[in-house]
Design a protein around this ligand. Structure first.
Ligand code: GTP
Ligand code: MG
Length: 323
């Protein structure tokens, strides 16, 4: 299919076309890459924006269950919901949220929902680009909310927060000392902390944990993009569907405040600049990965080792050859 008709169908809210578009942006083939660029350029003109919500949490905290319940609630309010995943670790069995579709059984049957398993990919740069492009396709296809899920491993929270309008951290109820387990850098990215599993026997622990995190959030440096009472911590139960509505109201009021105060657009602009920068860096590094570049590097390394060339001169020669 040519990119013109594919983009028309995506703009027409066609889910199968959207899935095809995402497959195209995920492909590493050179001809697919150029088609993908063409497609993205066509769709950018539509100027549609979703609310992009990043969601991170350790394995088993209840991300999939939360997305199912939260997504169903949004759909009940007449919204269209897309779910994407960033999963750089192929350590995960199957390496995708495909298996999670069983945990998102109701959501995956909804015609106003679109769930896309993450491609099992190795390096974060590639995953980041594909996910950003998939988000752009979902926005063009008219999704009101795009949820981007990631398991908290290393850098993936940063990647997701840099492509989200809101970043949620899902935590489990825990004993007091577990507070130390959440890295400060990750706390600093969060717009809201949701302590899940606030039900049954875990309810009291969840309430305590929530108070602990609320206290910890107050100690962090104030961010310009936050109104007085943010970031905030709340308890939810994804299984019993408690607190989801309250959390959604808080998200909406935060978004409204950011829109009214220019932070929404400023954040998107800063993210676009960030990704441009990242893309240039990744592409330059990729040029070192070709067979010719590796051979040139090896040859110049020998010259540096023998003292015939200084490291600086050799680097200049190498860089000139990359152009
Ligand atoms: N009691 C209680 N259990 C929950 C809740 N949400 C999730 N669980 C349970 O926690 C377990 C893990 O839930 P998942 O939704 O698969 O968690 P996840 O974060 O997606 O896990 P990974 O995909 O492995 O990273 C399941 O047994 C769920 O039933 C909740 O609100 N309350
Ligand atoms: Mg899951």
């Amino acid at each position: 299919m040519d990119t013109k008709s594919l983009s028309d169908r995506i703009l027409n809210h066609d889910r199968r076309a959207l899935a095809r578009g995402i497959t195209l942006v995920e492909s590493a083939r050179a001809d697919h890459r150029s088609q993908a660029s063409e497609l993205l350029a066509r769709l950018a003109g539509a100027g549609r924006q979703s609310l992009r919500i990043g969601l991170s949490g350790t394995p088993g905290v209840g991300k999939s269950t939360f997305i199912e319940s939260f997504g169903m609630m949004l759909i009940g309010q007449g919204l269209k919901v897309a779910v994407l995943a960033v999963d750089p670790s192929s350590a995960r069995s199957g390496g995708s949220i495909l298996g999670d579709k069983t945990r998102m059984e109701r959501l995956s049957r909804e015609k106003n929902a679109f769930i896309r398993p993450s491609p099992s990919q190795s390096h974060l740069g590639g995953v980041a680009r594909r996910t950003r492009e998939a988000i752009a396709l979902c926005e063009a296809a008219g999704y009101d909310v795009v949820l981007i899920e990631t398991v908290g491993v290393g850098q993936s929270e940063t990647v997701v927060s840099e492509m989200s309008d809101l970043f949620l951290l899902l935590l489990a109820p825990a004993g007091g000392d577990e507070l130390q387990g959440v890295k400060r850098g990750i706390m600093e990215m969060a717009d809201m902390i949701l302590v899940n599993k606030a039900d049954g026997d875990l309810k009291a622990a969840a309430t305590r944990t929530c108070a602990d995190y609320a206290g910890a959030l107050r100690l962090l440096r104030k961010r310009p993009q936050d109104p007085e009472d943010f970031p905030k911590a709340m308890t939810v139960s994804a299984v019993e569907q408690h607190g989801l509505d309250a959390a959604w109201k808080e998200m909406q009021s935060l978004v409204q405040w950011r829109r009214d105060n220019g932070h929404w657009q400023a954040n998107r602009a800063a993210q676009a600049k960030y990704w441009f920068d990242q893309e240039v860096r990744h592409t330059l590094l990729a040029r070192l990965d070709t067979a010719k570049a590796k051979a040139d590097m090896d040859r110049l390394k020998d010259e540096v080792a023998s003292g015939r060339l200084s490291p600086t001169t050799a680097a200049e020669k190498m860089l000139a050859m990359l152009n």
